[in-house]
Design a protein around this ligand. Sequence first.
Ligand SMILES: Nc1ncnc2c1ncn2[C@@H]1O[C@H](COP(=O)(O)OP(=O)(O)O)[C@@H](O)[C@H]1O
Ligand SMILES: N[C@@H](CC(=O)OP(=O)(O)O)C(=O)O
Length: 578
Amino acid sequence: MAASVQLCGVRTSGHAFNSKSIEFGSKGLNLLAPVFTRDINHYCRKNRTLRVTCEARRAELLERKDTETFKLNRTERKLTCVMKFGGSSVASAERMKEVANLILSFPDEKPVVVLSAMGKTTNNLLIAGEKAVCCGVTNINTIEELSYIKELHIRTAHELGVGTAVIAKHLEGLEQLLNGIAMMKELTLRTRDYLVSFGECMSTRLFAAYLNKIGHKARQYDAFEMGIITTDNFTNADVLEATYPAVSKRLLGDWTKEHAIPVVTGFLGKGWRSCAVTTLGRGGSDLTATTIGKALGLREVQVWKDVDGVLTCDPNIYRRAQPVPHLTFDEAAQLAYFGAQVLHPLSMRPASEGNIPVRVKNSYNPNAQGTLITRSRDMSKAVLTSIVLKRNVTMLDITSNRMLGQYGFLSKVLSTFEKMGISVDVVATSEVSVSLTLDPSKFCSKELIQQASFIWEINHVVEELEKIATVNLLQHRSIISLIGNFQRSSSFILEKGFRVLRTNGINIQMISQGASKVNISLIVNDDEAEHCVKALHSAFFETGTSKAVPQIGRLATTPLPCRENLLVQPDLRDLQVV
Ligand SMILES: Nc1ncnc2c1ncn2[C@@H]1O[C@H](COP(=O)(O)OP(=O)(O)O)[C@@H](O)[C@H]1O
Ligand SMILES: N[C@@H](CC(=O)OP(=O)(O)O)C(=O)O
């Protein structure tokens, strides 16, 4: 094994060791030029020494001993961070090579790598599963998505030069599983989780094999064998406390024995009762990353995406969305919860509990600053941070004059949802009426993904509620969440926001502000929502300095920059503000 090292502060390009990780022994070795490690003979953990046979690059240095024993400074050899790469970052062999280079370009980092399935593999596995239910056992091989998955992974193995043996068992297992689904003509939530796990199991095996092939020791881990212990809520499982000591014991134990880069499957866990493979909800690899960060008490968690960080709104809705440099855990959690696809809704919880900073970076553009998410940030200039849109939401207006002046109305309403296991999103209430929204995606865990089942369930809820109140069911609504500093600037944001909505002729159907003072949610019709986001974005982020919040005690005419880095004009091709 050839690896370059840095001694006496002279840097070489190697990754195996650098001057920080090697302390000079009592002999006071004092090389002044780079040397190359030819052979790592012996690593003795007990007395923390490393015997390295070195060949000096410059001839005169060969006069010195070619074998030396170095004392290891163990604190410098700790795992330092998590680097999580999503499906878009590892979509092909070429992308995996770029990701490997990216990881290795930080020689001082000792990362735990968390990977998602390649590209759209999870979606393809789910479609293949649905097709298997009704295609008949003999027709499994006609499922296009299966052929695509096989072809993608085999091609990637070839292009990475690692051979297909690392994924052969999984490809075979996948076909057998689809056969089983075809035979049973059913796809339970438990089987669905097992089915999608093949995506992460294969991407991590390919990637770890590639790192090993290029000379960087790596070790693949399946999260469900490594200590990520979850509830048995298939397709939407929650990480349990027992995970933290288990993951720490396993990863740190292995790391002390051998410094092999851990490459862990994101998204997956093991149900604590069933011992079956579970998944953490779509986009769950972010949660795996922060869970590992907390378990090991690492310096930071990096989530590498295909965008320059968390943006001021969804770039698919409005391409003038801009990166937000700094967020608090609270802001990021609200943003994710209210539908910003960029982060898993629960991923901020472990980070916040462990106070581990999270950095959102772009694997396609590593030099971009990205977004740093921490417990607190300077809020003195913060007004609006981001606008989030959640479409296709169902809203209920529930009114009961009978309950005027009586206690328990709200509790009766909410207990109806509790009994039916339905989660409520946004709530606004007066004494005898309550408006609330329900998100169809929350029904996924109840095997109610199909629209028909969803409507059936909603009708059932309405019937129950009509026992105590008049219910008005309103579908095809959107929640627009304004994430910002409402503690300081709520009147300013509302005044400005309402002006934008009024000039655009948009009628708000409900408003709610959470106790966290981080977000205000507005409910509008689905067909007005995108236009609404563009208009708000344009007004808050693109109109220069004059619309900023005046400071208390100053003249209202004194301008403050709304966002210093967003002094751009609205794009009139995208938006026509009346
Ligand atoms: N506010 C937002 N900021 C950044 N990206 C967003 C936002 N809202 C939606 N997105 C979308 O989220 C995508 C990144 O999330 P995701 O697809 O889960 O990434 P990955 O698969 O790489 O983990 C972006 O490509 C972007 O289209
Ligand atoms: N592969 C899973 C888990 C995940 O986190 O993916 P991504 O990092 O690509 O969002 C999914 O598609 O949901």
